[in-house]
Design a protein around this ligand. Structure first.
Ligand code: SF4
Length: 700
């Protein structure tokens, strides 16, 4: 019996027969203008991994349409050889690849080429922080011609298909929306005229690419107040097909939207019903072109269920191919337990793509660096290496070492590898962090790593005689010097008050690891000292555990009212306010709430906890903790934050109990991750250090 029969059912996009129904969606990589082998290596590895049809990151059809200086320019000759190498490499690897034609419109980066962004109307963008110039009729005609020329060039370069980017709030989407298209000419006004530019682009590209396959990515819901209605979205899809589209790829949300769409706190598959609405409209109109659903699908088994539901014909996944280039081949061959699953953190992918850093992946730091870190390198002489600490840095170091041929023993005091990922996996929307732990457990076992769990290494003699020791012993919570803040982690209930030296009872004061370890023991009035990512996550966990509204698989979304209910239920809507059962205050001395979290995640999670009733305070001075709670100075006056539980989540310090012993014994060792330093250290940096150090040690 064929695994994933729905995904294997034959389907074609225009004249292109696909090997299966999973697409690799478009991702801007910030590698598109590099001269080295990185760009081709990225796509070739994913072609080898069975990706089927891949869609490139957006290639701008003009300088005015570039999202930044790192964007490919399909109509400029100096970019063509780079794309030829990509196409040839992908075809040699047995893959298929489509070029995405892109114009950012008012999301363009003026600094890239000194061109003020173009748009249908002069509507300020909170994303690009500019007011664009309204396009003249001449500029509109030239831009349509740019799309057409770009399509023709893509096919000439050997691409198997072309996709027009008309979603996520970029230029074509801007013309379709009444929010950004306020024209009163043939290109704007009523919804018919707002469709004129999008369909003119599709018509023009179709004309120049002949019978080559043409996908159009369009927005299934802009999630911007006052934007296109569902009826208008559906009419646009029908119009694109009439203009020559062979498939409709449905995206969700704009960069300016205040509704989270890609973040981990959005349930899996939450947006598929919008693509289903488009498909239903096309079928009603007599069209059978394939419809592609996307966003928040991160496993092949989910894709199978979605296609089996009949809501869409194909599923496009992007970030999961960063996390594991071989997600398709592993899943199809029955090795899904070896898939490194995308956890939806955005920290090394979308967050990088919005700036100038090359895109990579938090859980797979090889992503975007495939040419620098070939899949398997062999040690000339196999070495024995002890890795102490099985958090992110230690897991990845052990993997890279073992993949490079070293014999590795991985030590940790816990009964399970994962370190802080085990804690993160408890947080609402972060259950997938445990998939990372599952992946490393299976992959390290496959590579022959010896697990030495439940062993706190206090004496280096425990390690035997390895050639090298990698210390990845992580961090310890930072303590604070506020009167009354001495920890008493031993108490397990809020009623277990302790007595101060002055004879008064104090609330329970615990550090964040103890809070995560026993959430059910946390009281009803919680003051969290510190407001970085861990503090925000803890507040989110306490809110959800209290209210019982844990995020799970989404209820079907059908229509705006259903969407609104969904957003409110999951604290994703801006401006909503729940009645909290638990009173939680998150506060910090300096900086902003959630500082240190990823740019695309922070706002969404902070919005969610505030919507759930969590109070957030910055610029706080802590005076003391007494029997009533935490006394602070805020807004120039003394205030009491009533609390029966005070959690200290005020940062971390390196935990390195072994390097002095190793140095004294003359044993070669390397300290990585939080054990080395905590300033600027995060999971992205920890995994990357693990990769770099593990690879270097395995090959020297
Ligand atoms: Fe997924 Fe995070 Fe990797 Fe991006 S960085 S691909 S969201 S795991």
């Amino acid at each position: 019996m064929v695994a994933f029969p729905q995904l294997h059912a034959p389907i074609a996009i225009g004249t292109l027969l696909l090997p299966h129904r999973v697409l690799m969606g478009s991702m801007h990589l910030n590698l598109e203008t590099t001269e080295g082998p990185e760009l081709a290596a990225f796509y070739v590895e994913r072609a080898r991994g069975g990706a089927g049809l891949m869609v490139t990151g957006g290639a701008a059809v003009s300088r005015a349409g570039a999202g930044g200086a790192g964007y490919a320019l399909i109509n400029e000759p100096e970019h063509w050889d780079r794309w030829r190498r990509v196409v040839d490499g992908v075809h040699d690897a047995g893959g298929l690849i489509a070029l995405q034609l892109f114009h950012a419109g008012r999301y363009a980066d003026e600094a890239a080429f000194g061109i003020r962004p173009l748009a249908p109307s002069a509507v300020y963008s909170t994303y690009s922080k500019c007011t664009p110039q309204p396009m003249t009729a001449t500029q509109i005609a030239a831009t349509i011609a740019d799309f057409a020329a770009g399509g023709a060039k893509a096919i000439e370069l050997g691409f198997d298909a072309v996709e027009i980017m008309g979603s996520e709030g970029y230029l074509i989407n801007q013309f379709a929306s009444p929010v950004t298209n306020q024209r009163e000419d043939e290109w704007g006004g009523d919804s018919d005229r707002r469709r004129a530019f999008p369909t003119a682009v599709t018509t023009a590209v179709r004309l120049t690419i002949g019978s080559a396959p043409l996908l159009v990515r369009m927005s299934g819901a802009d999630l911007v107040p006052g934007s296109s209605s569902g009826r208008e979205v559906n009419a646009l899809a029908v119009a694109h097909v009439s203009a020559g589209a062979d498939a409709i790829d449905v995206g969700i949300g704009w960069h300016e939207s205040r509704v989270p769409t890609t973040q981990s706190l959005v349930p899996h598959g939450a947006w598929i019903d919008f693509a289903a609405g488009v498909k239903a409209a096309l079928r009603d109109a007599g069209s059978s072109v394939p419809v592609i659903g996307s966003n928040r699908v991160n496993s092949i088994s989910q894709a199978e269920r979605i296609v089996a539901s009949g809501k869409v014909d194909l599923v496009s996944m992007a970030r999961p191919f960063l996390a594991d280039p071989f997600i398709v081949s592993k899943s199809f061959s029955g090795d899904a337990q070896l898939v490194n699953t995308c956890i939806g953190c955005n920290e090394a992918c979308i967050d990088h793509s919005l700036g100038i850093k090359p895109v990579s992946c938090l859980v797979n730091p090889r992503a975007g660096r495939e040419s620098q870190f070939p899949l398997r390198t062999r040690a000339v002489t196999p070495r024995t290496v002890a890795v102490v600490g099985a958090g992110p840095a230690g897991m990845e170091a052990a993997r890279a070492l073992a993949a490079g041929g070293a014999r590795v023993a991985l030590w940790d005091s816990g009964q399970r590898i994962g370190g802080q990922f085990l804690m993160a996996g408890m947080v609402p929307g972060k259950a997938d962090f445990l998939e990372t732990v599952r992946y490393f457990e299976n992959e390290l076992a496959r590579l022959g790593v010896q697990f030495r769990l439940g062993n706190a290494v206090t004496d280096i003699a425990q390690l035997g005689h390895p050639h090298h020791v990698v210390l990845a012993t992580g961090v310890l919570p930072r303590t604070v010097t506020v009167p009354g803040a001495a920890l008493n982690n031993a108490f397990t209930t809020p009623g277990d008050d302790r007595v101060s030296s002055a004879g008064t009872t104090l609330p329970r004061v615990i550090d964040y690891p103890h809070a995560f370890a026993d959430v059910s023991s946390i009281g009803e009035r919680v003051a969290i000292i510190g407001a970085g990512g861990i503090a925000v996550d803890l507040a989110h966990l306490l809110v959800e555990v209290t209210s019982g509204s844990c995020l799970g698989e989404p209820a079907p979304l059908s229509g705006r009212a259903s969407l609104d209910r969904f957003l409110v239920a999951h604290h994703l809507a801006e401006g909503t306010q729940a009645s909290p059962v638990r009173q939680i205050t998150v506060m910090r001395r300096t900086g902003s709430i959630g500082a240190g979290m990823g740019i695309t995640t922070r706002w969404a999670v902070v919005q969610a906890i505030r919507a759930a009733g969590v109070r957030t305070l910055t610029d706080v001075r802590y005076d003391r903790i007494d029997q009533r709670g935490v006394w602070i100075e805020h807004d120039g006056r003394e205030q009491l934050i009533e609390a029966d539980t005070v959690v200290i989540a005020a940062g971390q310090v390196p935990n390195d109990p072994l390097s002095a012993q190793l140095a004294a014994s003359g044993i070669a060792h390397t300290v990585i991750g939080g054990a080395l330093h905590t300033a600027g250290m995060n999971a992205v940096a920890a995994f990357e250090q693990g990769l770099r150090v593990g690879t270097a040690l395995a090959t020297t």
